[in-house]
Write a protein that binds this ligand. Sequence first.
Ligand code: DON
Length: 304
Amino acid sequence: MPHLPAILEEIAAEMAAAPERGRPADYIPELAAVDPNQFAISVALADGQQFSAGDAATKFSIQSVSKVFTLAIALGRLGDQLWTRVGREPSGLAFNSILQLEHEQGRPRNPFINAGAIVVTDAILAGHAPRELLGELLRFIRTAAEDDDIHINESVARSESETGHRNMALAHFMRAHGNLLNPPEMSLGAYFHQCAVEMTTAQLARAGRFLVNAPGLPHLVSATRVRRINALMMTCGHYDGSGDFAYRVGLPGKSGVGGGILVIAPGRASIAVWSPGLNAQGNSKLGTEAVELLARRTGWSVFG
Ligand code: DON
């Protein structure tokens, strides 16, 4: 395999020259203002080495990537009981779709679409104040990243609280079906804040090491649960773009509308990419292209 730092520098240079960068999310006003010309990639290897290229020290809003961390906490806390409230099948629909939810009596298809992630957050909230859950989430992420400089951006959370009417509709609909145990405002408050966690690409790559299943890396959940979270990332992590991501990259990944993607090469590495411009499915356009190149140049696809 060619030298990893050289591969990353090459990819960052190719992405800097890309004519088509996608468009940053504009339904959350704070995200619309982010400069689309930024790009970063970082790889944290199982042996402890880390290599980065581009704007890897710039913080961005992790948004839906946070759903991986809340799912890990929920599985640790509730185990298989979680699956009585949320499914494990790809939805084939947009991340914020409300369509299936009525057909399926308020039980979301999977924990990564918005409805499913709101249920996961509601499940771990379990009557506690959102502040306590957010403290636990930050502790989990900081421990995983071995870095305490990871915080929630209050103005991003507020921006989404003021405009998140689709999420409010999803939450109230699930509450009507008895699949939300806390008042919707509480679960949504926690959900909007978890999405507003800010990290650098380098921090996110380090935080993802708990999903690599390799000796010497942080073990925050059991090896069995790591395998299951990776399976869900592969099948559902990119919403209605999950099949395309598996086809092009061949690795489990979880995207966010802030333009970040966490990708796991099982047994080998945790990879984070970030570029704010999105494709039609709401996933980072250049981020996807970059990990496609990385998987090809390293031979890391799980499909050989
Ligand atoms: O709920 C929302 O709409 C956002 N806070 C997160 C959505 C998201 O990141 C979807 N991923 N691509």
